[in-house]
Design a protein around this ligand. Sequence first.
Ligand code: CDP
Length: 231
Amino acid sequence: MNQNIVAIDGPAGSGKSTVAREVGAQIGYSYVDTGSYYRAFTLFFHKIYKKENPTIPFSEWIKNKNLENEISKISIQTEFLSGGTNKTILNSEDVSEEIRLPEVTEEIKYLAPLRIVRDFVNQCLHDLGDKYKLIMDGRDIGTEVFPDAKFKFFVTASIDTRAERRFQELVEKGVNVDLDQLKEDIAKRDKSDMERKIAPLRMADDAILIDTTQLSKNVVINMILSKILQS
Ligand code: CDP
């Protein structure tokens, strides 16, 4: 069992990143947002797509790319800052903001299901795991990336609650979005994450399920902390 890894998996908007960041700060584990790797990987191609400005959609264009050749040009790193915040660095450039672009979020579904992409990200995550104690949030950390993690949680909430939380987050950032559209986008992403053949979003058999629909952030943090500290 790997004592140095805490895995927090779950769907979009479940609040897993907020709790992972705060639990990590309290137990001295570095927080890693594994979604940021899929986002940065997608951004690499998104930028090329924009530059080439082809007439075909991204979903078609990406099929014609030889990922095996391109992958050697990609380097993704997490820079740990104080208080559990991170920077995502793609080929020496800070892309922490850019990876959140709605277009990138939408395009991830063409790359995240591919074995070659998942192997690349998993290698990055294992390299970090060799050096640090980590608390990671994602979709497949407890099932595929670190199945031997000692601590595994699956954090979820109803679709309405998750859409509402994401909506509030965006409003606070000054981003204008439609709540119903946001809910539809999240539901679509859940579906593609759960239905992909390789490493789908799924709760590990030995994970602890936390439904946060009716729970405040602090209650969830304390539940996770007490499970970790009592074992
Ligand atoms: O923050 P949010 O929940 O919106 O998403 P994210 O954690 O940034 O992840 C973005 C997308 O990356 C997910 O919808 C998944 O398709 C993919 N992802 C994945 O396949 N495996 C992971 N371990 C993390 C993210």
